[in-house]
Design a protein around this ligand. Structure first.
Ligand code: ADP
Ligand code: MG
Length: 249
């Protein structure tokens, strides 16, 4: 299960004259198994909102509930456990460690898991296989393409099979063919039950999601209704599609 609820979320960075209100009273409800995209101009608060959902950025006020648990009121260790067990995060610009092999990068989230080395290696292999990179497991990040690096970042995010997958502009620096491959991968993971929340600049890729949240200047200005048929993958016009029509895209 992975039902995510944001209630009256506010995030202010800094104080006084330097204060920036990055998220201004946003509430949302993401059902278990949904694929939601977050869109909006640069600086509109997308990454901030995603990092709040990812239990990485304490909101100034408001609540984040995941399956009813109030994430920012968990103790530090509980929150770390929650993050390890329930969340996979695909960061903008991959964040791969350059001197570790792909397999070692993918194994990083398993570091604190009380499981044998062999089992961890198997889990990493499975995740790399999932993204089609098992054969390159022993390479360094510099020895593969940008699209492949993004796939490694996804493998690292799914290695512990989290019910929730968060991705910040996973196609940001990729050509359209590679970007479409990444989107298919996220769609497949969603089809298998993962709740996916993805920040994107791309109208084309937002169509893969069943629903879109549009941010402007820290506010949620448009939220398309959830439907059973998701955008680019469904036959009919999905809800993201309708929202994009509103945008004139
Ligand atoms: P987006 O991902 O939509 O580009 P961000 O969430 O990164 O937007 O940023 C929203 C606003 O918050 C911007 O004005 C940005 O400059 C500001 N901001 C983001 N992170 C920080 C930070 N750590 N400290 C101060 N201001 C920040
Ligand atoms: Mg961002």
């Amino acid at each position: 299960m992975a039902h995510i609820e944001g209630i009256d979320l506010i995030k202010q960075y800094g104080a006084g004259e330097a204060a920036v209100l990055a998220v201004r009273d946003i509430s949302f409800d993401i059902q278990s198994g949904e694929f939601v995209s977050i869109m909006g101009e640069s600086g509109s608060g997308k990454s901030t909102l995603l990092s709040i959902i990812g239990a990485l950025n304490t909101p100034t006020s408001g609540k984040l509930l995941v399956d009813g648990a109030d994430v920012y009121h968990l103790g530090q260790e509980e929150r770390a456990d929650f993050r390890r067990q329930s969340l996979g995060f695909v960061f903008q610009n991959f964040h791969l460690i350059p001197y570790l092999t792909l397999a070692e990068n993918v194994m990083l989230p398993l570091a604190t898991l009380k499981t044998g080395k062999k089992k961890k290696a198997t889990m990493a292999e499975e995740a790399l296989d999932r993204v089609g990179l098992l054969k390159k497991a022993n390479r360094l990040p510099s020895q593969i393409s940008g699209g492949e690096q993004e796939r490694v970042a996804i493998a690292r995010a799914i290695v512990n099979r989290p019910p929730i997958l968060l991705a910040d502009e996973p196609t940001g620096n990729l050509d359209s063919k590679t970007g479409a491959e990444i989107m298919r991968l996220l769609s497949n993971l969603n089809d298998e039950g993962a709740t996916v929340v993805m920040v994107t600049h791309s109208v084309e890729y937002a169509r893969y999601a069943g629903r879109m949240l549009l941010l402007s200047d820290g506010q949620l200005v448009q939220e398309s209704q959830s439907t059973t048929e998701s955008g680019a993958r469904g036959k009919g016009q999905g809800s993201s599609e309708k929202c994009l029509n509103v945008l004139g895209a």
